[in-house]
Every structure is written in structure tokens, then in C-alpha cells.
Design a protein around this ligand. Structure first.
Ligand SMILES: NC(=O)c1ccc[n+]([C@@H]2O[C@H](COP(=O)([O-])OP(=O)(O)OC[C@H]3O[C@@H](n4cnc5c(N)ncnc54)[C@H](OP(=O)(O)O)[C@@H]3O)[C@@H](O)[C@H]2O)c1
Length: 268
């Protein structure tokens, strides 16, 4: 028995138009899953599906805004008709926003409540809540499924400056545990992955100067990471395939798997 074989599975990867979601979509497809690449950006989504097809995987792009339940419902119906009923959901839409990042010019008390709301809409509501509401009950009805929410090291202890994002991701961790308990009896497992630091579009400005050299923040991150480097998106795949596979992780629910080079293992 191959513990990590996903040939029977249909995986919905939300945010697969991005760096980490794209790598997770490719990894789940390589393990055999049919993958619904779901996101707003058609060009990036179709390019992700094409990369998968070029490696003999099975993938299709579906356009939807994860913060809009009606669009998620429409995508759910299209995915079920084209690929089959989803059995895996990966929630990888999300990111920080300079508007809710504390700086000398943008003090904590000046951050507008509508910017907080927008960040919660992205990272908690669209990033986990609405997709779980849309896809989770259908999985429960069929008695099987695995949901993987992408959290962040800042969900555990807030990073300096990154205030709203950290609070929203902490809520994602909490929601993950709530749903794990709620749906365990119906065969649906709900877990999260905490990535450490992986260069992507949404955090590039914090990590690199315009000339490509590392910022002071990057040096501080590397100094705090026992492995002293950033992660590469492909290094998240093993964790996702493990959590997605019913055979590999049948008794694992409500857990958070850190893929962070040891970042959360030390204080100083
Ligand atoms: N990179 C890291 O170091 C790191 C660390 C910890 C956690 N994370 C988390 O990992 C996840 C992926 O981040 P990433 O680094 O890969 O960032 P990314 O490259 O910016 O990808 C995020 C993706 O989410 C999509 N998205 C945003 N809002 C959406 C919406 N409403 N509906 C559908 N899709 C939406 C974006 O596509 P469009 O805007 O084109 O729709 C984008 O492709 C995020 O949850 C992030 O918070 C990343």
C-alpha cells in the first residue's frame, strides 16, 4: 500500500494562482489527485494547470473569489461536474498588506478599521471560513475529506509590525481546531500547515530591497531560524500530501504541522 497515493482524490486548491498554493497544487497532482486550481487570476491559474498537465498530472482552472460564497458555490458545482466531488480542500489564499503593517508612518492606532476588515476578509473569511462552509458539509455528507488551512508562524506569536495578518491567522488556527472537533464524527479531518518564511509576491517588499539584497528583517528572520534560510515552496508538499492522504494521516485531525526550518522551536 502506498501511504501517499492520492489517485482516488479530487483536490481543490484555493490560491493556487500564488507561490505556495501553486506548489501545493503541483505536489498534490504529482501524488495522483485531480486538482481544481481555484483563484481569481485566470492567467496565473491556467498557467498552474498547464504546468501540472505538462508533468502528466490532471488539473483544471476554476475562477472564483474566495471571499464570495456564491462564487465558491458556483465553482463547487463546476468542479463536481468536471473532476468529481472534492475530497481535499487546501486553503492557501491570503497574505499581508502594507495598509495593515505598522511602520513609523503607519502607527497601530492609525490603521483604519476598514483595512483591518479587508485583511480579515482575505485571511480568515475568504482564506478559510467561506471555503470550509462551502466544501466541508458536502464532504461530511459523503463521510470523507481532508481540509488543510494554511496558517503562519505569526498565528502562534505575532510578528513585529504584521498586526492584522497575525490576528487573522491566529483565528484560522482556532477555526481549524473547532472544525476538527465538529466534523471528526463525519469522516472529515481538518488540519493546518504553518509555513515559516517563503519568499512570495505578497511578502517580497518586506524581505528584499529593490536591488534584491536582503532587508534587515530578512537577516533577523535567518538569525532566528535554526536552519538559517528561507523555505522553498516545494518543501511544503510533503506535509500537504501527508495531511491529504487518508491512508497516511487517518488519525490526525486538529493539528498544526510546522514547516519552518525550526523557527517556532526557539525563543532567542
Ligand atoms: N510566503 C510565506 O512566507 C508565507 C508564510 C506563511 C504563510 N503564508 C500563507 O500562505 C498562503 C499563500 O501565500 P503565498 O506566499 O503563496 O502568497 P501569494 O503568492 O501572494 O499567493 C496568494 C494567492 O491568494 C490569491 N488570493 C488572494 N485573495 C483571493 C481571493 N479572495 N480569492 C481567491 N484567491 C485569492 C492570490 O491571487 P489573486 O490575488 O491573483 O487572486 C494569490 O495568488 C497565504 O495564506 C499566506 O498568508 C505564506
Amino acid at each position: 500500500m502506498n501511504l501517499f497515493d492520492l489517485h482516488q482524490e479530487v483536490a481543490v486548491v484555493i490560491g493556487a494562482t500564488g507561490a505556495l498554493g501553486g506548489a501545493l497544487a503541483e505536489g498534490l497532482a504529482a501524488a495522483g489527485a485531480k486538482v481544481a486550481v481555484l483563484g481569481r487570476n485566470r492567467e496565473r491559474g491556467e498557467s498552474c494547470a498547464k504546468r501540472i498537465a505538462e508533468k502528466n498530472g490532471h488539473a483544471q482552472f476554476f475562477a472564483a473569489d474566495a471571499s464570495d460564497r456564491a462564487q465558491l458555490a458556483a465553482a463547487h458545482a463546476q468542479i463536481s461536474a468536471s473532476l468529481g466531488a472534492p475530497t481535499i480542500l487546501v486553503n492557501a489564499a491570503g497574505g499581508n498588506d502594507p495598509k495593515v503593517t505598522v511602520t513609523a508612518e503607519n502607527a497601530f492606532e492609525k490603521i483604519a478599521v476598514e483595512d483591518w476588515r479587508a485583511n480579515f476578509d482575505l485571511n480568515l473569511i475568504g482564506g478559510a471560513l467561506l471555503p470550509c462552509q462551502e466544501f466541508g458539509p458536502a464532504m461530511c455528507g459523503r463521510g470523507r475529506g481532508s481540509i488543510i488551512n494554511i496558517a503562519s508562524v505569526s498565528a502562534h506569536l505575532p510578528l513585529s509590525r504584521v498586526v492584522a495578518y497575525s490576528a487573522a491567522k491566529a483565528a484560522v488556527l482556532n477555526l481549524t481546531k473547532f472544525l476538527a472537533r465538529e466534523w471528526a464524527g463525519q469522516g472529515v479531518r481538518v488540519n493546518s500547515i504553518t509555513p515559516g518564511f517563503f519568499p512570495a509576491e505578497q511578502n517580497r517588499k518586506l524581505l528584499f530591497n529593490d536591488d534584491g539584497t536582503p532587508t534587515a528583517r530578512t537577516k533577523s528572520i535567518w538569525g532566528h531560524t535554526p536552519m538559517a534560510r528561507f523555505g522553498e515552496a516545494r518543501e511544503l508538499v510533503g506535509a500537504a500530501v501527508f495531511l491529504a492522504s487518508e491512508k497516511a494521516s487517518s488519525f490526525v485531525t486538529g493539528t498544526d504541522l510546522c514547516v519552518d526550518g525550526g523557527y517556532l522551536s526557539q525563543t532567542i
